[in-house]
Design a protein around this ligand. Structure first.
Ligand SMILES: N[C@@H](CCC(=O)N[C@@H](CS)C(=O)NCC(=O)O)C(=O)O
Length: 197
């Protein structure tokens, strides 16, 4: 299976999840501006949406959208998410929150044409959104309960943007979670393989 990624993007959530799940994968780096892969192929032919992540299964099936890919990794490996019960939906709930309420609010920081006002508004919103994560991490060891799940993989990516890219202050439990996750072998390996450390 191939994971189409660009370093330090949300595709790193899938990269970490694949390592945690012990699944085999091949990384294919994507140039998001040129929409080409590292071997010069047309990325739009793989994923017409033009963004990462995408995975190509061995039978040629391509799956896109982080939520779908993370769920596929969890379901295929039987790890990183409870198999059933409310715990499973807590993971989906947390992952949706991270995608819709955290990830999307980083948009003005990635957009060179965004105004300072837009960035200020996004910073305020992120502060509010991470405050809820702070409460969740005060109640539980991981963002969706008492086990490490795909939601933590995705949360790590957004925390990494906050701390290492955009200087956005994280509340204490969130920061401690970032440091704990950053010390995991899977995260270290993903960072190395993406050329970030
Ligand atoms: N809805 C997509 C969004 C993915 C996304 O925002 N990817 C970013 C990297 S974190 C990207 O590739 N941006 C480049 C672009 O949109 O051209 C998903 O959930 O997978």
């Amino acid at each position: 299976m191939k994971l189409y990624y660009t370093p330090a993007t949300c595709a790193m959530a899938d990269h970490i999840a694949l390592i945690e799940a012990g699944m085999d994968y091949e990384l294919v780096k994507v140039d998001l501006k040129a929409k080409t892969t590292e071997d010069g192929a047309d990325y739009l032919a793989v994923n017409p949406k033009g963004y990462v992540p995408a995975i190509a299964l061995d039978d040629g099936t391509v799956l896109t959208e982080n939520m779908a890919i993370l769920n596929w990794i969890a379901d295929t490996s039987g790890t990183l998410m409870p198999a059933d019960g409310i715990g499973r939906y807590r993971v989906i709930e947390a992952t949706s929150y991270i995608a819709g309420e955290l990830h999307k609010n980083f948009k003005p920081f990635f957009n060179p044409n965004a105004s300072e006002l837009e960035r200020d508004e996004a910073r305020k919103m992120l502060t509010k959104r991470y405050a809820l994560i702070e409460t969740m991490l005060t109640e539980n060891a991981y963002v969706a309960g008492d086990m490490f799940t795909v939601a933590d993989c995705y949360l790590f990516v957004t925390m990494n943007w906050a701390v290492n890219k955009f200087d956005i202050e994280l509340p204490p439990q969130v920061m401690a979670h970032f440091n704990r996750l950053g010390a995991r072998d899977s995260v270290q390996q993903a960072m190395r393989e993406e050329g970030l450390v």
